[in-house]
Ligand binder design. Structure first.
Ligand SMILES: [Zn+2]
Length: 404
């Protein structure tokens, strides 16, 4: 295959799906500081294997991306990788410490597409209000990780019947809902563009729905794992939210530990409903690769996060097959939706080609990402990205990789 026209002709012959390249608003690439978990180059290649031709890199690295020089470095390393296009998100506060605002206007001028202290919320309300005002002046959105840290304390999974059964400290849905309520309230006061990261609760979706119907200019995302997996996975279930029974794994697998945590089937249902009615603007992976040393420990000690780029498409196709959503709306939430959040137009010559019927096993060798931390490891999945073009250049071709 070479060139977009050939790519599209081949896809038509095979009955494959072709769409504009996907845009991921939320990815952790771990460089600088945690290169054993992922680098900008390995992450950008893994993104293509998942269909994402543009990815936004979260700034919770070491050091945090809080200066124009570091923003420029991320851009340079992203371009050098020649894989997915890498757009840097800069920190809201210096060092992501939540004490003092970074120079948002300067960071935007250096190329930051948004601001986030992701992994941590900006707990200080006055600081968050100021951040929204400066973000407005910079013309960029704030991506907020909405969580009341006092309520989640040492929580390691969703608080509910499953956490009670397993004897694990929980993170109540209210910790997300009360934080979203505060964030919406401050966005109403300060103006600026607020984007809510990884909404995972039915209550959170409803708050966003109401705020939008009141005319507040906010946006929100959900992750593929919150659209498919439930807190029962921590207890060993391997049934998607729309399935009964299914395979079982050992309980307390640290690959199921993620923040926000996997919620109940009715939260999953509400996330799909929000996606379908336009309450949710984008699907973002929250790709959070970890080296095995950070996951091969007791559940309570393990790092939060799921390696998410490469399993997004099969999870979303499964939800659509189950009748919980439509593929057209999923594609919007992976393309025009996130483009609108960023205030950019869709790159004209980016494409993703998907074989919706390809069966493959998600094992460590099959994943391009250095992060093998997914509870889908070992599972047979349906639907796979076959090729991606970035700026008209074929940069991912599964057939060629399989042959080499
Ligand atoms: Zn987060």
């Amino acid at each position: 295959m070479s060139g977009l026209a050939d790519l599209e002709r081949d896809a038509a012959q095979h009955g494959w799906l072709v769409s504009p390249g996907f845009i991921d608003l939320h990815a952790h690439l771990r460089e600088p500081g945690f290169e054993e978990s992922e680098t900008i180059a390995t992450g950008a290649r893994a993104a293509l294997a998942g269909g994402f031709t543009t990815i936004c890199a979260m700034p919770n690295t070491e050091p945090a991306i809080d200066s124009p020089g570091l923003v420029a470095e991320v851009i340079a390393r992203g371009a050098a990788a020649r894989a997915a296009r890498v757009l840097p998100i800069a920190a809201i506060t210096r060092g992501r410490l939540g004490k003092e605002l970074a120079d948002l206007v300067e960071l935007a001028a250096a190329g930051a597409v948004a601001f986030s202290d992701d992994g941590a919320p900006v707990s200080d309300g006055q600081l968050f209000r100021n951040a929204l005002e400066y973000a407005r002046a910079s013309g960029r959105p704030i991506f907020e990780h909405s969580q009341d840290l006092a309520l989640t304390a040492d929580g390691v999974m969703h608080e509910g019947v499953v956490s009670a059964r397993l004897g694990l400290p929980g993170m109540a849905a209210a910790a997300e809902e009360t934080a979203i309520a505060r964030d919406l309230s401050l966005a109403r006061l300060a103006g600026g563009r607020l984007h809510l990261s990884h909404v995972s609760t039915a209550g959170g979706v409803e708050l966003v729905r109401r705020a939008k119907s009141d005319g507040l200019a906010i946006t929100a995302e959900v992750t593929p794992h919150h659209l498919a997996l439930t807190d029962e996975w921590v207890a060993g279930s391997r049934a998607f939210a729309w399935e009964d029974g299914g395979d079982r794994a050992t309980p307390y697998e640290t690959s199921t530990k993620v923040n926000p945590p996997l919620r109940t089937a009715s939260d999953v249902r509400a996330c799909w409903a929000g996606l379908m009615d336009g309450t949710i603007d984008a699907i973002a992976t929250d790709h959070a690769p970890h080296a095995s040393t950070r996951k091969d420990v007791e559940f309570q000690e393990a790092a939060f996060g799921i390696s998410g780029f490469e399993t997004a498409v099969p999870l979303l196709l499964a939800g659509v097959a189950a009748g919980w959503g439509t593929w057209d709306r999923v594609v919007e939430a992976l393309t025009t939706g996130p483009a609108r959040v960023l205030g950019i137009t869709l790159p004209e010559n980016d494409r993703v080609v998907i074989d919706p019927n390809a069966a493959w096993t998600c094992d460590a060798a099959a994943l391009v990402s250095l992060g093998k931390n997914t509870p889908l490891l070992g599972r047979a999945l349906i639907g796979r990205v076959v090729a991606c073009a970035v700026d008209g250049e074929l940069r991912f071709d599964l057939t060629r990789i399989a042959a080499s």
